[in-house]
Design a protein. Structure first.
Length: 589
């Protein structure tokens, strides 16, 4: 990272703003604006991710750091903050518009600036994080409180108003500043960031003068609270491209307050991330990537898939601008699942250990007007899966939905099954799921935009059968693994569904290996044909499983049995486990 250059910009009324510049001097100018109680160091984790692309300018708001500290409360209105922004960009970029990334009160100040005539000539794009327009927020709250006949919107508006009561408390003269100075000296901010917002300790970016800055800057609440609650512009329309980063776990600004922003902004993108209020510290990579993708697109590059999905008002099918990875997609449930997601607009990564069948599935999708990419992978090989995931993510981006379907059938008593065959079944059916979840799950979490994982288990996971020991054990492991992993991934907004098909007419019986004593070997072919005939007579095809998988992802279902017998056995297994143990004594091989 290049050396930081510090300068001062005059902003009227004897206010001087401390400005810090770094990054690529030949790149587009990106201005970073912070809120309360932060300083320009809020962006310390974001800047290194953007310094190669942008000329980065950030500054300390009035009352903070090396900037002037006005005494009067009236000096901290959003209009004065907007004046500071105008003075900074006039000094650092007099010849052209700048891109802006702003947080909290800093974001609200940019909204204020954008309400001014010809503001669009100075701002090329605005990425707003946890700082709505005061006008738009007022309209959302007051407008919906006057509509009790719309109970859902009324309740949300009331809930948001109640969440803003702390702003009123911070508007009391003198006392809040004293308490802020004391609390921040006692480490209150560090505890909020690490415990409540989940910010890693190495990303807690706070000024060494935080207690003083917080006490000085807290006047922003008294200067703006009553003003923003009692009056708002009727014409605060914005013609600048705006990108909303909505922190779903923000305790202060709830996600639904942005529902009407589309009515005020002509070109709008919205990305929801599973983060608390201080996402510049907890999710710096998400903010950096979001800014890159928007600016690149405005500069003429094709929009990234994530940016397309974020565009508000763009017509799309349910899974449009979504990428789905399906393993074992060369046939059966995997193929039908790939086709089902493709029909709803998804781009598909088709993988199978059989290259020819993977390409055949991809070709079917393309022939129907979809987009598909065929890969060959052995899911039982963790290194191969990691290489596969790395290649897919490098060439197409991180899949939004990962369906771990690849598996094999096996029948035979435990004592009749060779060790290597038992290990093979576990390695593919269970190990393959673990390998894919490890490689793609980490990337989904790191991406920070949520996602979904589907693991294909089986009705056999909860219906013990002595003649299917290896298969049932592997599927039971997938079932429990999913329950454990689901709880872990929930905090990152990544859903997980375990699908348990019943008797499904696929080619798995034809490819199932039967391990039986040598004296029974002659009966295997007859038994296989008998089972295949029964499956065919059942007339429950893989397309019905695929339909259930798509539905389960939409509804974020944790467990999805498929077929009546799968539901029936699921209920019996949980209500009457001795019955299931008794039926396991029947030998069907």
């Amino acid at each position: 990272m290049r050396v930081i250059t510090e300068r001062y910009v005059d902003s009227g009324e004897d206010v001087r703003i401390a400005v810090y510049e770094q990054g690529n001097p030949d790149g587009p100018t990106l201005v970073l604006v912070h809120g309360w109680p932060d300083s320009h160091v809020l962006w310390d984790s974001v800047v290194p991710l953007l310094a190669d692309r942008f000329r980065i300018v950030r500054y300390d708001n009035r009352g903070v750091g090396n900037s002037s500290v006005p005494k009067r409360v009236s000096a901290y209105t959003m209009a004065r903050y907007a004046d500071d922004f105008a003075a900074v960009i006039a000094e650092i970029s007099p010849g052209g518009p700048v891109h802006v990334l702003a947080h909290d009160w800093g974001s609200t100040a940019i909204w204020e600036y954008l309400a001014r005539p010809n503001a669009g000539e100075s701002v090329a794009s605005f990425t707003s994080v946890s700082g709505p327009s005061a006008d738009h927020l007022n309209r959302y709250v007051t407008g919906n409180l006057m509509r009790p006949y719309q109970p859902r919107r009324f309740a949300r508006a009331l809930a948001q108003l109640l969440r803003l009561t702390y702003v009123g408390l911070l508007s009391i003269p003198v006392l809040p500043a004293v308490l802020a100075r004391w609390a921040f000296r006692a480490g209150a901010m560090e505890r909020v960031l690490t415990h409540s917002d989940g910010v890693p300790a190495d990303r807690v970016n706070l000024s060494p003068d935080l207690p003083v800055d917080a006490a000085n800057g807290i006047k922003v609440y008294a200067a703006n609270y009553l003003r923003s609650m009692t009056r708002a512009r009727d014409d605060h329309y914005v013609d600048v491209p705006v990108q909303l980063i909505v922190n779903l776990k923000d305790r202060f600004v709830r996600p639904y307050v942005y529902e009407d922003t589309k009515n005020w902004v002509g070109r709008l993108w919205r990305r929801d991330i599973v983060s608390g209020h201080w996402s510049p510290m907890s999710h710096p990579h998400v903010l950096a990537q979001s800014v890159r993708e928007l600016v690149d697109h405005l500069d003429g590059q094709p929009p990234a898939r994530e940016l397309l999905r974020a565009q508000v008002g763009r017509p799309r099918e349910y899974f449009g601008d979504t990428m789905v990875s399906v393993t074992g997609a060369g046939s059966g449930i995997g193929r039908e699942t790939a086709l089902a997601f493709a029909r709803e607009g998804a781009e598909i990564v088709v993988s199978d250990i059989d290259e020819a069948t993977a390409k055949e599935t991809a070709a079917q999708i393309v022939a129907r007007g979809g987009v598909a990419h065929a890969y060959t992978v052995d899911v039982s090989d963790p290194d191969a899966v990691e290489s596969f995931a790395e290649q897919v993510c490098a060439e197409h981006g991180v899949p939004d939905i990962v369906v771990n379907n690849a598996g094999v059938g096996q029948a035979g008593l435990f004592l009749d099954t060779p060790r290597e065959e038992y290990d093979r079944v576990l390695a593919i059916n269970f190990g393959g799921v673990v390998n894919c979840c490890r490689s793609f799950g980490r990337r989904l979490v790191d991406r920070g935009l949520g996602g979904h994982i589907v693991n294909i288990s089986s009705m056999a996971a909860y219906s013990p059968q002595q003649s299917m020991n290896a298969y049932a054990t592997s599927k039971a492991a997938v079932f429990m693994f999913g329950d454990c992993l689901r709880a872990e991934l929930d905090r990152a907004g990544v859903g997980l569904t375990t699908v348990c098909p019943g008797v499904i007419n696929t080619n798995i019986v034809h490819t199932t290996r039967f391990d039986v004593p040598i004296e029974k070997a002659g009966r295997v072919d007859a038994r296989r044909k008998q089972i295949e005939k029964g499956f065919a007579a059942r007339r429950y095809g893989p397309e019905k499983v695929a339909k259930a998988i798509v539905s389960a992802v939409k509804k974020n279902k944790p467990i999805r049995p498929v077929a009546p017998e799968a539901y029936l056995v699921y209920g019996v297994a949980h209500l009457l486990p001795p019955v299931m143990r008794s039926t396991a004594r029947a030998n069907v091989v």
